[in-house]
Design a binder for this molecule. Structure first.
Ligand code: SF4
Length: 231
């Protein structure tokens, strides 16, 4: 019977978000932090000490979004100095721009740092191959969600594809383990030129919790230009 199904569909209503630029996120969502210096910086030193990924430096005072897990512990320890906003526009073409300093009001995305050929070739559609290089499925779930009915990034012409030979670029998640380094290289070499590299999540940006592990091999990121760093 089709009618009960139509009834269910009707009760769901419209699930997609018509304009992603107008989305209001809840206050609980942790995005770009604001850093404030105070006369007594002992709380910042304590927050730096407890940060599991060493994302905070007390001297000079900075917070590296490429290392941050957004656990929020530092903001609880040093509420006068670190507050998280719900600004989610924190991707950048430059790794350095992910390091937040006191007074910073946004994460710079400088379009000039993206190669001309990328605009020219992929301005209207972008096919991506995703490689989970020892990821823990958290970022991979977020990437899945970006294609779901709510966010529907296919409306911008962005899609994941099954084969690197059909892709315009690679999205890397995970800290890049030694075991996955060769697979990542093979995938990259299989993508036709011109191609781009996107790293997604703190583990991919910096190694995250595993940055000091002997089991990771991040040579790939030294060899090829990264077009987009997404904390
Ligand atoms: S929110 Fe980020 S910077 Fe703060 S303690 Fe957690 S991982 Fe470290």
């Amino acid at each position: 019977m089709i009618f009960p199904k139509i009834k269910v569909l009707h009760s769901h209503g419209w699930q997609y978000i018509p304009n992603l630029n107008e989305v209001e996120l809840t206050e609980e969502f942790k995005g770009r932090p604001i850093l404030t210096t105070t006369a007594d910086m002992r709380d910042v030193e304590a927050a730096a000490e407890l940060c599991p990924t060493k994302a905070i430096s007390a001297q000079p005072f900075t917070l590296d979004l490429g290392r941050c897990l957004f656990c929020g512990e530092c903001a609880l320890r040093a509420p006068q100095n670190i507050q998280f906003t719900n600004d989610y526009k924190i991707g950048s073409a430059s790794r350095e721009a992910l390091v937040i300093k006191p007074g910073d009001k946004r994460v710079e995305f400088c379009p000039d740092q993206v190669r001309e050929v990328i605009y020219k070739m992929f301005g209207r559609a972008l096919k991506l191959r995703q490689v989970s290089a020892a990821g823990d499925a958290s970022v991979e779930m977020e990437l899945n969600a970006s294609g779901n009915v709510n966010f529907d990034f296919g409306r911008y012409g962005v899609e994941f594809v099954a084969s690197p030979r059909h892709a315009d670029g690679v999205v890397i998640t995970g800290p890049i383990s030694q075991n996955m380094a060769e697979a990542l290289e093979i995938c990259y070499q299989s993508i036709p030129e011109p191609k781009l590299v996107i790293v997604c999540g703190s583990e991919a940006c910096s190694g995250g919790l595993f940055s000091e592990s002997k089991a990771i091999n991040r040579e790939f990121l030294n060899k090829y230009k990264v077009e987009l760093w997404l904390p």
